[in-house]
Design a protein around this ligand. Structure first.
Ligand code: F6P
Length: 327
């Protein structure tokens, strides 16, 4: 469907919220309205897409949200939408509401759903990558990642104060279900002695050797960073393994969901504004089944299929560099 035929678009946030989703929503709504499009909010992601309750968004509804964390139109995860019958109900609901195209703000699970909706029901959809995990292939960064890294870093700086005062070893667990981007960035920026990610599992013995080598050089406190991986609470297992093998007593601190909230950084607001606007441009140009991303200074288009089926690899030099720098 092309610009002249498209009258009303729907926008939704899906999956885990991320700081900057509101800024992306604001850009989508304001750019779309500048093209005389109507914009409807689809509340709570795919849950709302199936259940209905869509409502119009105006320019003024977008006032004072650029600085707010979370998402004012709510987000959610829907098990019903994972099944073809659920998607058929969503497509019917969209048709009843005269939605001509969709903008999906979310992560890879959300884009997998959007891809299926396009294949099965030919409802045009363009994605805006929003997740703190930064695990979407095809874009340098996702919306929310920079804020989450800065939030975690602030906590780690505080933990370092108390670690140094008491000569303690800390293990700090950051978010990242399948991804080590937050852990690697926070570890590098926070001077961590060792970083554990889902993709590069540092052997416990190596971490112990690193701590001992530091102590031999007069180091009295250390901070190890671990990504939660598939299992939140992984830091406790790590602390126990270190205690058993070395006798070192590690304090555990799990940062958890605080990393998902808070006011987005300027970097995330700018990224969200650029990607939100670009997504509307693509949808109007007749594009579908793809997301927008950034590659250096450029905005790029990436097929959903490629984005969700290609693993975004953490560059190994982050961990190596962090290890060298924390000697
Ligand atoms: O995908 C973002 C994320 O914050 C992951 O880092 C984390 O594993 C997951 O969401 C937690 O999801 P929930 O809030 O549903 O527990």
């Amino acid at each position: 469907m092309y610009a002249e035929c498209m009258k009303r678009i729907g926008v939704y946030c899906s999956g885990g919220d991320a700081p900057g989703m509101n800024a992306a929503l604001r850009a989508v709504v304001r750019v779309a309205i500048s093209y005389q499009l109507e914009v409807y909010a689809i509340p709570s992601g795919y849950v709302g897409m199936i259940e209905g309750g869509y409502y119009p968004l105006t320019l003024r509804d977008m006032a004072n949200i650029i600085q707010r964390g979370g998402t004012i139109i709510k987000t959610g995860r829907s098990s019903d939408f994972m099944k073809p019958e659920g998607r058929a109900r969503a497509a019917e609901q969209l048709r009843q509401n005269n939605i001509d195209g969709l903008i999906c703000i979310g992560g890879d699970g959300s884009f997998t759903g959007a891809h299926a909706l396009w294949l099965e029901h030919k409802i045009p959809v363009v994605g805006v990558p929003g997740t703190i995990d930064n695990d979407i292939f095809g874009t340098d960064n996702t919306i929310g990642f920079d804020t989450a890294v800065n939030t975690a870093l602030e906590a780690i700086d505080r933990i370092r104060d108390t670690a140094a005062s008491h000569d303690r070893l800390f293990i700090v667990e950051v978010m990242g279900r399948n991804s080590g981007f937050i852990a690697a960035h926070v570890g590098l920026a926070g001077g961590a002695e060792e970083i554990f990610t889902p993709d590069f599992v540092t052997p416990v013995d190596q971490a112990i050797e690193k701590i001992k080598a530091g102590m031999a050089k007069g180091k009295r406190s250390s901070i190890l960073i671990t990504a939660e991986g598939q299992k939140p609470g992984r830091a406790y297992d790590l602390a126990e393994a270190i205690r058993k093998k070395s006798g070192f007593d590690a304090k555990v601190c799990i940062l958890g969901h605080q990393q998902r909230g808070g006011s987005p950084t300027a970097t995330d607001r700018i990224l969200a504004s650029r990607l939100g606007g670009a997504a509307v441009d693509l949808l109007r140009a007749g594009e579908t089944d793809c997301m927008v991303g950034v590659n250096g200074e450029n905005i790029v288009k990436v097929d959903f299929h490629t984005a969700v089926n290609t693993e975004k690899k953490l560059p190994p030099y982050y961990l190596k560099l962090a290890s060298v720098l924390s000697l």
